[in-house]
Write a protein that binds this ligand. Structure first.
Ligand code: SF4
Ligand code: MG
Length: 330
């Protein structure tokens, strides 16, 4: 599969000098064309920081310290998003890659009708489009996400949480981006609604062909809806695998713990074992494998040597960083 976004060696700090803490460490992650890639981890694992970093939306004191984010456009050579000028970045966002933030459903402007907000996104990027064409597009977009025409003139407060979320998805799709990033867009919604919205997004992906990076702490959703899953812990990717493989045979003890923290939506219910302890503070990351204080399988090298991410058994479809699994280099 062709890559559309390649994150290479991304490092993100919060703060500078003595105060700096590393929130994202040497992340390598590839999103392929048309793929739904799930990114999971407990809160504080660096998932959102990674998303904000790669779209250059990181607020101070967040600072990108190194790495590349290569975007492969439909035509032409790949370029590094981290090197774009502000003007290029404005064109890149929404049109090439759009992002739906955590809590985005509450970021709609309460004093404007939803149709107006959609039309404004289109107008900002396509100033030469006609008013009629923008309106028609807004209608189509709402229809696409299952909102009927009679809600066009509604104000955000007149819509349910699920509908506001759909409006945000419609806005994210307004300029036909090739990549849609969603950062825990559904946490505030109930489980049934979360599944509906995600299912709809996956269906739209099949029709429109964009790629999705979907970030959540709820691994059961990812198992159901994504093609591949990457697991983050302590700012690093600790495992990635095709979704079915990860579900069937998680290699990293943290992935295994996460899988057991959520009830399965389909198939036999698993025990809610959870993971004892809490995620590490970025200011005091444990030496060696950052998961070792919580790991039921920790052994001799774990508290002193950091396991590198590599191919377990030389399997090119998976990666893991754990001393239990000898890995080959790429
Ligand atoms: Fe557990 Fe050691 Fe593997 Fe870390 S490296 S997950 S501590 S077994
Ligand atoms: Mg987050």
């Amino acid at each position: 599969m062709d890559p559309v976004l390649e994150i290479k060696g991304l490092d993100v700090d919060y703060g500078v000098g003595d105060e700096a803490v590393r929130a994202v460490r040497d992340v390598h992650l590839t999103l392929h064309r048309g793929e739904v890639l799930g990114l999971a981890g407990e809160s504080g694992s660096g998932k959102s920081t990674l998303a904000y970093g790669l779209t250059r939306l990181l607020a101070p004191p967040g600072v990108i310290r190194g790495g590349q984010v290569l975007y492969h456009p439909a035509d032409g050579e790949p370029y590094d998003v981290l090197k774009l000028t502000d003007k290029q970045l404005r064109d890149f966002r929404w049109a090439e890659t759009s992002i739906v933030f955590q809590g985005a459903m509450n970021s709609l402007n309460p004093v404007h009708k939803v149709v107006t907000q959609l039309v404004d996104v289109i107008k900002a990027h396509e100033p030469r489009s006609t008013k009629a064409s923008r309106l028609a597009r807004a209608r189509d977009l709402l229809k696409l996400v299952g909102i009927s025409a009679d809600r066009l003139e509604a104000y955000p407060h007149q819509l349910s949480g699920g509908m506001r979320q759909r409006v945000m998805i419609a806005m994210a799709l307004a300029l036909e981006p090739r990549v849609v990033i969603m950062d825990e867009p559904t946490t505030a919604l109930d489980v049934v609604m979360q599944r509906q919205i995600l299912g709809q997004l996956v269906e739209l992906r099949e029709r429109l062909g964009f790629s999705v990076l979907f970030i959540t702490h709820d691994l059961s959703l990812l198992v159901e809806f994504s093609d591949r899953i990457a697991i983050m812990y302590g700012g690093r990717i600790v495992e990635q695998a095709p979704a079915a493989e990860l579900y069937r045979d998680a290699l990293h003890p943290y992935s295994f713990g996460l899988l057991n923290s959520f009830p399965a939506l389909r198939g036999p219910r698993r025990e809610l074992a959870g993971i004892p302890g809490s995620p590490p503070d970025t200011r005091g990351m444990p030496a060696g494998c950052a998961f070792h204080p919580r790991c039921p399988k920790a052994f001799e090298p774990c508290d002193s040597k950091v396991p590198e991410l590599g191919l377990p058994g030389g399997d090119p479809t998976r990666e893991v960083a754990c001393w239990l699994h000898p890995v080959a280099a790429h």
